[in-house]
Design a protein around this ligand. Structure first.
Ligand SMILES: [Zn+2]
Length: 301
């Protein structure tokens, strides 16, 4: 049984009306999965929140303290894109813990999936694009410390560049960062990942799938990672509100199936997070994230 990681706090966030962050998608996905043939209640793991001090290992302690206490500069809060609230901090500390738990379950079981995560626009001392703290880098460094892993590959297929992951990754030995994203999209100022693949606007399924698989196989051959953290953002979808690629539901399913098959074939554990997805049509959005779970079950069950 593939372990899934979820917490109710992910969807407990009060936002102004018409805010574009799809707060309810986490709970919707959880419920959708429980009704599907790909999830049983006992498959789910529920993380305890991290202590905020644990974040000092990857973030500026002042930034962490100010954000946790609600005293961060209002301009910096606007850059993140959320109004400060206790619920925001609570869900964030659970989400960061969730990605770490997913990584450790992946090491134990070969594959684990997180119904949140992918906060890749979070930098050392500032956040942006709905990302407060960087769960991907945090989980990678925690797994290195706990299990002595030499190399962790963060493979980011969200449609936006993982700029925070790129810059933070440079501070840590043994983390290889790769971002495949639409070149003309947020963030305007790109950072340098170890590998950046910029895709043209309107890239359709076939060249996209080839690029993803070839890049992934190449990086595995070259770096032989001990763990893969995979950001399976679905904002690559043709109908996403914030993406410009031309990928359909089946393209997402194929992408994720290829990733899992290649990881399994190479016997490398893979921890996946759902990443971005911003359609206002909630059932369609949930079905897009569901493709990740379908793909993992196809490959690992
Ligand atoms: Zn995104």
């Amino acid at each position: 049984m593939i372990p899934y990681v979820y917490h109710a706090s992910y969807s407990e966030l009060a936002l102004p009306p018409n805010h574009r962050f799809p707060t309810t998608k986490y709970q919707d996905l959880y419920e959708y999965l429980l009704e599907s043939k790909f999830a049983k209640a006992e498959q789910f793991h529920f993380p305890d929140p991290i202590c905020s001090e644990e974040l000092f290992a990857i973030h500026d302690p002042n930034y962490v303290k100010e954000l946790i206490n609600g005293t961060l500069d209002s301009k910096m809060m606007r850059h993140i894109g959320f109004p400060w609230s206790k619920g925001l901090i609570r869900r964030t500390l659970h989400s960061i813990a969730g990605t770490r738990l997913t990584a450790s379950l992946a090491l134990e079981h070969g594959c684990a999936l997180h119904l949140s995560g992918g906060y890749h626009h979070s930098h050392y001392d500032f956040g942006s694009g709905f990302c407060l703290f960087n769960d991907l880098i945090f989980a990678a460094t925690e797994m290195q410390k706990k299990y002595g892993l030499a190399t962790v590959l963060i493979f980011d297929c969200d449609v936006h560049q993982g700029d925070g992951t790129a810059s933070l990754g440079q501070n840590h030995e043994g983390i290889v960062t790769c971002s495949l994203h639409c070149g003309k999209n947020f963030p305007a100022r790109k950072m340098h990942s170890d590998y950046d693949i910029e895709l043209e606007k309107e890239t359709p399924n076939l060249p996209y799938l080839e690029t993803v698989s070839q890049t992934f196989e190449y990086l595995i051959r070259l770096h032989q990672p001990d763990l893969i953290i995979y950001d399976a953002g679905v904002d690559v979808h043709k109908d996403d509100d914030l993406g410009y690629l031309n990928i359909c539901d089946d393209g997402i399913y194929q992408r994720d199936t290829n990733i899992f098959s290649i990881a399994k074939h190479n016997d490398i554990p893979v921890a996946a997070v759902i990443g971005g997805g911003y359609s206002r049509n909630r059932p369609e959005l949930v079905n897009r994230h569901y493709q990740l779970f379908k793909a993992a079950n196809h490959v690992f069950s």
